[in-house]
Design a protein around this ligand. Structure first.
Ligand code: DC
Length: 227
């Protein structure tokens, strides 16, 4: 199986790039952020405060009460919490914050580790996240770290939120992007960082098509699905 790890900060364009590369190659695209978001949504709905103090209670409730599954419909990943498609609900600012908090808890990362590895073991995948190249798939065939300047990432995220009808300002989104960058890179457990053997791609100055075709070619030249 070919495993491609694609890590990077919020708004770098990872998911749309990874999804399109996977479509062109006939690979499965896995958005691991959606798994953290779904765990966060589940806890928020249950009224459980997400903090270190509640870590074991959170892990307990996830193990005992949450069934998390993903499915691919028309190339789009859908994620299900106990059978309910929550793909839309997990994209709010509230759940973004809660996902950032829950992803800092080692017990939650442990809970999601096997889910991610087992998907990669049986499929040609492009898996997007924060620690795919460093922790989840350290032996990935190819590791890519995608980034862009914070202002550019905030503008992309802002456009996405506005298109969904959200009433936010660009300034608020930039504050949120910086806050999440800080949390993701400073947490003790599996912080966001470029794997030593990852290829760095900065999308600040290159457009979507250029990024996608460059990465698709890289995957084709480095990885053999028949191997
Ligand atoms: O990629 P995203 O914005 O949907 O991710 C939501 C949160 O989950 C984000 O704060 C970082 C965290 N995350 C993580 O810690 N590890 C991953 N593999 C994917 C996401």
């Amino acid at each position: 199986m070919v495993n491609v790890a694609m890590d990077g900060p919020v708004g770098a364009g990872k998911s749309s790039v990874a999804r399109e590369c996977a479509r062109r190659l006939g690979f499965i695209y896995v958005d691991t952020g959606a798994l953290y978001r779904s765990c966060a949504l589940f806890c928020v709905r249950k009224g459980i405060e997400i903090n270190e103090k509640n870590e074991s209670a959170i892990a307990d409730v996830l193990e005992k009460e949450l069934s998390l599954t993903i499915d691919l419909i028309d190339g789009q990943q859908h994620v299900y919490v106990n059978g309910e498609d929550v793909s839309y609900e997990i994209r709010t600012m509230e759940i973004s914050k809660a996902a950032s908090a829950i992803s800092a808890l080692p017990a939650v990362r442990k809970y999601l580790l096997e889910t991610q590895r087992s998907i990669a073991a049986s499929n040609n995948v492009i898996m997007d996240g924060r620690d795919i190249g460093t922790v989840i798939l350290p032996n990935a065939d190819l590791k890519i770290f995608i980034t862009a300047k914070p202002e550019i990432r905030a503008k992309r995220r802002y456009d996405e939120l506005v298109a969904r009808g959200s009433n936010v300002t660009l300034g608020e989104v930039l504050v949120e992007v910086n806050r999440r960058d800080y949390n993701d890179t400073h947490r003790k457990e599996a912080p966001l960082k470029q794997a030593e053997d990852a290829i760095l791609i900065d999308t600040s100055e290159i457009d979507f098509e250029e990024t996608v075709s460059g990465i698709t070619e890289l995957i084709q030249s480095r990885c053999d699905p028949e191997a």
